[in-house]
Ligand binder design. Structure first.
Ligand code: MN
Length: 319
């Protein structure tokens, strides 16, 4: 079945050092290989897409990108350069590629302007944000104008994992738990839950937030969010129970989570319109990702929604 994938990474020469800086424990040959794959927009990338049955890949910077730059003015320049390069590659292969805007979240007005430019002028279909920016999360009130623009443009934000700002003590001395094994699930789901509990979705009810890795464990947890927070004294007021916002405003992808158990949990908890196929190229194996969805125990209507129907509607893709 033909698929659209949306956690598919590239890198630019200028942003490669930021990416390499967050992979200190990767053997250099493996890091070099990943860089080569992500600098390529030609035959190798297209062959990987074909091997998973992906006809359209929505491309995004492999983090942290410009969000890792301490100087905000430099971050603005780096993001703009990355988006211009991506737009040029999409223009070369308009039937195969789309783009997610890369944004300098250090500078909110600049991030809004770049978002607007990417969507309105470059034709990008949303944005990807790589977690916190120097310890600032997206529930900070300074981002309200950004959310207002995201909602007005009617494009999704893909909330991609990032390393913890400060490593939680429980992860000290347990290198196996760092990064994708467990640290990023907790970091990224907590980031999303900050949006829920700070009332961002009451203020901006039409926001669409996409999380990878089958929702970073959250679809499993809806009942408990509701039952436990109901007991909290002094909680911030919300119009609805927490699970309402997870079901309405959250979309999840299969990136790096090619297992039927979390797939069925996500579909059951969130509904057939909320789960979208993705690979997480080049960190995951495209063949494994494609075979997983092709063989998953789903009816054909649901499989079609996960493979491409939901992506077309969430990102307004003209396929
Ligand atoms: Mn990724």
């Amino acid at each position: 079945m033909k698929k659209i994938a949306l956690e598919e990474h590239f890198i630019t020469p200028a942003l490669e050092p930021y990416m390499r800086a967050v992979m200190p424990n990767l053997p250099s040959e493996r890091a070099d290989h990943l860089s080569q794959l992500m600098l390529d927009f030609g035959e190798r990338r297209l062959a990987a897409m074909d091997s998973a049955g992906v006809d359209i890949a929505v491309l995004s910077i492999s983090g942290p990108g410009a969000q890792g730059e301490p100087d905000a003015a430099m971050a603005v320049k780096l993001a703009r350069d990355a988006n211009d390069r991506l737009a040029a590659e999409v223009a070369k292969r308009p039937t195969r590629y789309r783009g997610f805007a890369h944004l300098p979240m250090q500078d909110v007005p600049a991030a809004i302007a770049e978002l607007e430019r990417c969507v309105s002028e470059l034709g990008f279909v949303g944005s990807m944000v790589n977690g916190h920016t120097h310890g600032v999360y997206l529930d900070h009130p300074k981002y309200d104008p950004f959310w207002e623009r995201m909602q007005a443009l009617d494009v999704p934000l893909y909330l991609h994992p990032a390393d913890s700002f400060v490593l939680p003590y429980v992860l000290e001395g347990a290198p196996e738990l760092l990064k994708p094994t467990w640290e990023w699930n907790f970091e990224t789901s907590s980031h999303f839950l900050r949006l829920v509990f700070s009332g961002v979705f009451d203020r901006f009810p039409r926001l669409k937030i996409i999380l990878g890795h089958m929702g970073e464990t959250m679809p499993y947890h809806l009942w408990r969010f509701d039952s436990r927070t109901a007991l909290i004294v002094g909680k911030r007021p919300l119009k609805e129970a927490p699970s309402f916002y997870l079901k309405r405003n959250m979309f999840v992808t299969t990136s790096g989570q090619f297992d039927n158990v979390p797939l069925i949990a996500a579909l059951s908890a969130l509904g057939a319109d909320k789960v979208l196929f993705s690979v997480d190229y080049p960190y995951e194996d495209s063949v494994v990702a494609g075979r997983f969805l092709d063989a998953a125990p789903l009816d054909e209507e649901t499989r079609g929604k996960v493979a491409r129907g939901n992506a077309i509607s969430v990102m307004n893709i003209k396929a």
